[in-house]
Every structure is written in structure tokens, then in C-alpha cells.
Write a protein that binds this ligand. Structure first.
Ligand code: NAD
Ligand code: ZN
Length: 381
């Protein structure tokens, strides 16, 4: 089959590899119908995620048709068209039993923190991903959800990650009626977080980025105010000025590790030796929120990152919340929001690209060319 394989930083390629096979009785093999490239994939692509091995297959946002099931699978049958949450969850461990599916122990026993994630390096379990023609889905009774007939396939693929992550970003901010919510990052996650902030009662939503076309898109898609951070001197001073001297009630970090840490170095004046990128947005989120406010972090960082202004966070009495999105938990509610038209995720898809051209697709998304917001990959056939 054809699959997106990692070659080296800034280089992936569509290559021919052996088809996946059932390895455990609980597995299913799924023929991929759509997949997407995520901002999280860019961390792999930029070489920021430890133990990303040459030849591993990327992709954690996909839909597909069940091709084969293992002998113990009960909830799926051949021919089902499913969307598959990006987190791999066993359904039985301490965490899954408490509904914390993104923190499953059994799907990534060698790691202490992250659960298994499709196509996300050996740090996240070493599973092959769905930017391919076929994918092996472990614990197939737990994750995959049959796509309701009235849900468009392009919305379905975004329900595997982007929509739940944006929703959880807003939810972890514990937004109260009329709150001012400041979202860092106008990528797919920030856009959905901004949309969801309105659903939760925000009175004002502001999105920060430096990419003009993305800020324009955010203003339309999320009907929010925008700030181009290149036009602002000190971010915290600016935010105070536009919020009656207080700061935002809630800040969302929808950026994560940046390939280029130069912004943070400018901000702190410290020559930082960072392997896992820098965290300007997290820095700003802590410094721009009001005292007693909430900071919600969904941006992804490498395992060790210590340039966080934790002293400021303590002195301001902040609540910090963060996690990989718990896709399975949010799905029923989010399917209803999409069905009712309160969320229209597929509007963010700007590019539909054949899987064969995945190399160019990554480049386009990473370099923010051609007004790219979200790339969907279409397998051959
Ligand atoms: P993206 O790369 O498309 O978007 C990130 C945006 O942030 C870009 O538009 C970039 O210009 C902007 N940016 C960079 N530095 C900034 C700064 N200092 N302030 C404001 N904006 C800045 O990525 P995406 O798909 O939207 O994903 C965003 C983040 O969310 C990534 O870190 C990704 O790994 C993470 N993510 C987390 C989860 C989860 O479950 N927690 C799931 C999906 C994605
Ligand atoms: Zn993703």
C-alpha cells in the first residue's frame, strides 16, 4: 500500500510499504477514506518529537471502512464506515475506567505520560498512522465510532481530533458568562477553540497570530477580534490596555512548541538551549491572563520544557489545565453540535490533496503557503 513515511526533518514521502495485518484479536484493519495533516504532525515533521523513526507512518486524523476484524471484536463489522479518535485507548485500565481515554496506560505501556497515539512516534507507542491506504486499529471495540449517515465525511475526519481538541481547549478554560477569552494560535485548533468559546458563553473572543490570512480567516470563521502580534509591543501590557486594566479571564495556548524559538529568546533575553522548540504562546498566556484567571493548554510540547514563567503563575493564583484531547468523551455532544450547524468544521479545510503528493502537502502546511489552514489527504482508488 501507499503510506506517508518519515525520512528526516522536513521530509516525508509517499512510499510503498507492506499492508498492515491483524496482530491481536482486538484489532481491526481499516481502509482509509480520508485523513488530515495536523499541527501536531508538524512537530514530528520539524524533528521536535523524540524517537521519531525513519520509515514510520504518520497520521492520527482519519476515517475509513472496516476491512477485517480480529476474533474478539464485537462492536464493529466489516463494511462499517468509522471515524477513529486519535488517541488509542484500551477501555479497561485505571484511566479508561475513569473516562480519561487520552491517558490510557495499556496503549503505551513504556511511557509514563502520554497514551498511545496513531502515527506519532515511538514516544506515543510506535503505532503506524492513517495517512496511508490502510491502518491497523488496536482495541477496535473502544475507539472507532460509526459515522452517522447525516454527518459529512469531511466533518467526520475533523471530529477525530480538531473539533474535540478545540472544544476541550475552551472547556478547560472553565468559561463563565461574558468572559474575555484570548486564544493564541489561529491554526485549526485555535479556530475551533474560538468557536467553542462562544458556545460556552464567552462575551468576547480574541485570537492572536502573526499570519495575516489566518487572522482574516479567524475573524470570519469565529466572528472574533484578532491581534497580529507583530504589531504589538509588550503583549501583556497591550492585553491589559484592552481589558480595562485586568487581563483576559481565560487564555488558551493553541500553539505549542515552535520549531523556531527565536521569539521566546527575544522575549526573555535569555539564550535558551531548547531542543523541543520554544513556548512564546505559553509565556504570553500566563502573562496576559488576569489574576485568578484560567490558562488552558492544548498546544503540544516535548516531554521536558522548563522555560515556563511558573513564578508569575503562582503569584497570580492561576489555574492551569492541559491534556491531550479526550476525543471519545466529547464525541456524542460534538456530533450534535455539527448536526445542528452550531459547528461547521469542514469550512477550515482549504486543501484536498492526493496521498501521492503528501510531501508537497506537508511543505504547504508547514510553510503556510497558498493560504493553507487545513490539508485533507485523499488515498488513491
Ligand atoms: P498550526 O501549526 O496550524 O497552528 C499554529 C498557529 O500558531 C500558526 O498559525 C502559527 O502562526 C501560530 N503561532 C506561532 N507562534 C505563535 C505565538 N507565539 N502566538 C500566537 N500564535 C502563534 O497547528 P494546529 O493544528 O492549529 O495545532 C495547534 C497546536 O495544538 C499544536 O501544538 C498541536 O500539536 C496541538 N494539538 C494538540 C492536541 C491535543 O490533544 N492537546 C490535538 C491537536 C493539536
Ligand atoms: Zn491532530
Amino acid at each position: 500500500m501507499l503510506a506517508t513515511t518519515y525520512r528526516r526533518p522536513y521530509k516525508v514521502r509517499a512510499t510503498h510499504v507492506p499492508d498492515p495485518v491483524i496482530e491481536h484479536p482486538g484489532d481491526a484493519i481499516v481502509r482509509v477514506t480520508r485523513s488530515c495533516i495536523c499541527g501536531s504532525d508538524l512537530h514530528l515533521y520539524h524533528g521536535l518529537v523524540p524517537d521519531t523513526r525513519v520509515g514510520s507512518i504518520f497520521g492520527h486524523e482519519f476515517t475509513g471502512i472496516v476491512q477485517e476484524v480480529g476474533t474478539s471484536v464485537r462492536n464493529l463489522k466489516v463494511g462499517d464506515h468509522v471515524l477513529v479518535p486519535f488517541n488509542i485507548a484500551c477501555g479497561a485500565c485505571f484511566y479508561c475506567q475513569r473516562g480519561l481515554y487520552s491517558n490510557c496506560d495499556n496503549s503505551n505501556p513504556q511511557a509514563t505520560a502520554v497514551g498511545g497515539i496513531f502515527g506519532y512516534s515511538h514516544t506515543a507507542g510506535g503505532y503506524d498512522g492513517g495517512q496511508a491506504e490502510y491502518v491497523r486499529v488496536p482495541f477496535a471495540d473502544i475507539g472507532p465510532t460509526v459515522i452517522p449517515p447525516d454527518i459529512h465525511i469531511e466533518d467526520a475526519v475533523l471530529l477525530t481530533d480538531v473539533v474535540p481538541t478545540g472544544y476541550q481547549a475552551a472547556e478547560m478554560g472553565d468559561i463563565k458568562e461574558n468572559d474575555t477569552v484570548l486564544v493564541f494560535g489561529a491554526g485549526p485548533i485555535g479556530l475551533l477553540a474560538a468557536r467553542c468559546a462562544w458556545l460556552m458563553g464567552a462575551g468576547r473572543v480574541i485570537v492572536v497570530d502573526q499570519v495575516e490570512y489566518r487572522l482574516d480567516f479567524a475573524a470570519r470563521f469565529a466572528q472574533c477580534e484578532t491581534i497580529d502580534f507583530r504589531s504589538v509591543g509588550d503583549m501583556a501590557v497591550h492585553i491589559k490596555k484592552i481589558t480595562d486594566g485586568l487581563g483576559a479571564d481565560v487564555c488558551v495556548d493553541a500553539v505549542g512548541a515552535e520549531a523556531d524559538g527565536s521569539m521566546l529568546q527575544r522575549l526573555t533575553g535569555v539564550q535558551l538551549k531548547l531542543q523541543a522548540g520554544a513556548a512564546t504562546a505559553l509565556h504570553w498566556a500566563i502573562n496576559c491572563v488576569r489574576k485568578g484567571g484560567r490558562v488552558s493548554i492544548v498546544g503540544v510540547y516535548g516531554p521536558t520544557f522548563n522555560a515556563v514563567p511558573i513564578g508569575n503563575a503562582l503569584n497570580k493564583g492561576l489555574t492551569l489545565r492541559m491534556n491531550q484531547a479526550n476525543v471519545k468523551r466529547h464525541l456524542p455532544r460534538l456530533i450534535e453540535h455539527v448536526r445542528a450547524g452550531r459547528l461547521k468544521p469542514r469550512e477550515i479545510i482549504t486543501h484536498r490533496v492526493p496521498l501521492q503528493e503528501v510531501d508537497e502537502a506537508y511543505h504547504l502546511f508547514s510553510a503556510k503557503k497558498d493560504h493553507c489552514i487545513k490539508v485533507m489527504l485523499i488515498p488513491p482508488g
